[in-house]
Design a protein around this ligand. Structure first.
Ligand SMILES: [Zn+2]
Ligand SMILES: [Zn+2]
Length: 282
């Protein structure tokens, strides 16, 4: 059995974002919709092993996320320890990697799985952490490799990022975690076709969404995020997965507002919107 726990469901900046007064950020500050921290997912096997949890991306909100998740906190029988075994990075985005710096008090080197491109792009962070715990880099592979317990995982190459597919070796069930998707590739389609659960990039509803709050802003596609409308919506609608969930959601995205027509469209399509603390079992 694999447990998947959404620590943070928002894209970079979170909800609300410190300098943003869009409709959603104003509503979150007013307590009308729930605040959401930045994108990170914890995955663990139900095993006796203590160091059982892996993080998919490490956001700047990680210390706060750990404090809201008792199973990610240290055991009380020793002063310094953590049930977090390591981190898997989908890309080198600041909102996915900055959390690594915040784990610098770690005693042993931090175990981080990433592509060579992501590792190269994070050379600055690697150098900074050398003065602390350092990083033990591990390569990702397109073939399944053992993560721990009964979890296998593999990376699906995408332009500018990877998605991860997790296999529960006990039940043979699969989960696809793809919080940064710029293109629906053949490999990604295949992986989603046989996955039981799909967590998918829901950064933007529309391609021109950001320009409405910041004139001259790049489009979703220029920022390597496939928008939902005209992008991933039909793909997910048609997917046979038991649960399909948008995550890594930007604060400007109308799907975070309950009752919005965009949210209703997702509900009709059988697609959920992630929120901090959402948990599922594979
Ligand atoms: Zn991101
Ligand atoms: Zn906003």
């Amino acid at each position: 059995m694999i447990r998947i726990h959404i620590l943070g469901s928002a894209a970079g900046g979170g909800l609300p974002q410190w300098n943003c007064a869009c409709v959603n950020c104003v509503a979150a500050r007013a307590g009308k919709i729930d605040r959401q921290t930045q994108s990170s997912i914890a995955i663990g096997a139900s095993s006796e092993e203590f160091q059982n949890w892996w993080l998919i991306n490490a956001s700047p909100d990680l210390p706060r996320q750990i404090e809201t998740a008792p199973w990610l906190q240290p055991r009380r029988d020793a002063f310094r320890n953590s049930p977090i075994a390591g981190v898997l990075l989908t890309n080198a985005d600041i909102d996915h990697a900055l959390g690594l710096l915040l784990l610098r008090q770690q005693e042993k080197p931090l175990v981080v799985y990433a592509t060579d491109e992501t590792r190269a792009a994070l050379a600055w962070l690697d150098r900074t952490l050398t003065r602390f715990c350092g990083i033990e880099w591990r390569k990702v592979s397109s073939d399944f490799q053992r993560l721990n317990g009964s979890i296998g995982f593999r990376a699906i190459d995408l332009p500018q990022s990877v998605a991860f597919q997790f296999l529960d070796e006990a039940s043979n069930r699969l989960a696809l975690v793809a919080p940064a998707v710029s293109k629906l590739t053949h490999d990604l389609s295949q992986a989603s076709a046989d996955s039981d659960v799909i967590l998918f990039d829901g950064t933007f509803w529309s391609d021109d969404e950001l320009a409405a709050v910041r004139p001259g802003a790049r489009s979703a596609r220029q920022m390597h995020h496939l928008p939902i409308r005209g992008g991933s919506l039909d793909f997910l609608r048609q997917s046979p997965a038991r649960r399909k969930i948008y995550t890594h959601i930007n604060n400007t995205n109308p799907i975070v507002m309950p009752g919005s027509p965009e949210r209703a469209e997702l509900e009709q399509a059988g697609i959920e919107v992630a929120r901090d603390g959402l948990e599922m079992v594979l």
